[in-house]
Design a protein around this ligand. Sequence first.
Ligand code: AOF
Ligand code: ZN
Length: 380
Amino acid sequence: QVVSPPQRISQAADERWMKQALDLARRSIGLASPNPVVGCVLVKDDRVVGEGFHEYDRKDHAEIVALKQAGENARGATAYVTLEPCAHTGRTGPCANALIQAEVGRVVVATGDPNPLVNGQGSERIRNAGIPVDVGICQNEARELNDGFARHIRTGMPFVTLKAGVSLDGRIAPAPGKHAADRVAAPVMLTGEESRSDVQRLRHASDAIITGINTALNDNPQLTDRSGLPRRRPLLRVILDSALRLRLDSKLVRTAQDDLLVFCTTPKYERQKALEALGVRIEVVHGWLGASRVSMSQVLTRLGQLGIANALIEGGSQVNAVALGQNLVDKLVLYYAPIFLGSTAVPLLGSLEEWKWPVTRTTVQQFGRDVRIESYLRDP
Ligand code: AOF
Ligand code: ZN
């Protein structure tokens, strides 16, 4: 017998509606954290009767927003949800119950909820009520949206992405000295406009951005989210600055509004007071390497405690080498620009003896003249 055509059509339709739900979920990036980004579409007779996405401040989960919009039309509809409906009572009642009560005809779920309080129970409850549930449509796309949420809800630690703009010979800046004067005014741009706007998207999806004092002193960066998209919490800018060398007149300090957190190992009372008076938060952590340098793993633990689910490292050679060398990075996002900087230029990685961890799930995309390579080092 031939493969039944209706089934194949329905699989394609499921994917199409789920992609629409994923587009909705993307609209909650920046608005949902520390909760997951979730989108929901209710479809009846090949027509959308309700849709929604989750915003932390509005409390309602995506399914509830969509159900409220659909009203009576929800009965018999198919619910496409990018994350398994919840089964627990948190700030709201369980979405699984709401879908059952609304008498939807079928539920299609992209991926399970990693929250130990849910973890399969939402889907199970809906099935037990006699409503069919299909799980796994567009799973990879849906998972990627909530890497940070998954890591944070399971372990309390942030998911760490390391981003860099790199020359074809693996360098991130011209040789120090040669262009030092330019670099203080503005860092030399390797990558093009398209890559840089993708970096803003990356920052928008992050809760915190981390860099080292050398980058802060050399490049005088702002490290802000300039995507133009709304976010409910400011991007927390984190500087690893063991000896508190951050300049009072740096762009970072001049724009500090409780969103600049400096980690040091050696408290210096006067300097600390001066920085704090300008709106900078300072925390002292233990050091490593003879107690001199800020321990990055301690910083990440602390950020997790502060509710940071997605941390983005935009550092220089040293910070990159430490983060990778200590196996603290979960995902790499590298923008390769079609340029060579030569062997005296600043390398992507400072001293790193050996690379021991395999990269997996690599994707490549072109941005203008640059190429972005994304690779996972581990799953959340
Ligand atoms: C859903 N749909 O849109 C979201 C879900 O504190 P609460 O009540 O907002 O609950 C947060 C938890 O609910 C979160 O940890 C995750 O397990 C789930 N998020 N579930 O059915 C949604 N945002
Ligand atoms: Zn829910």
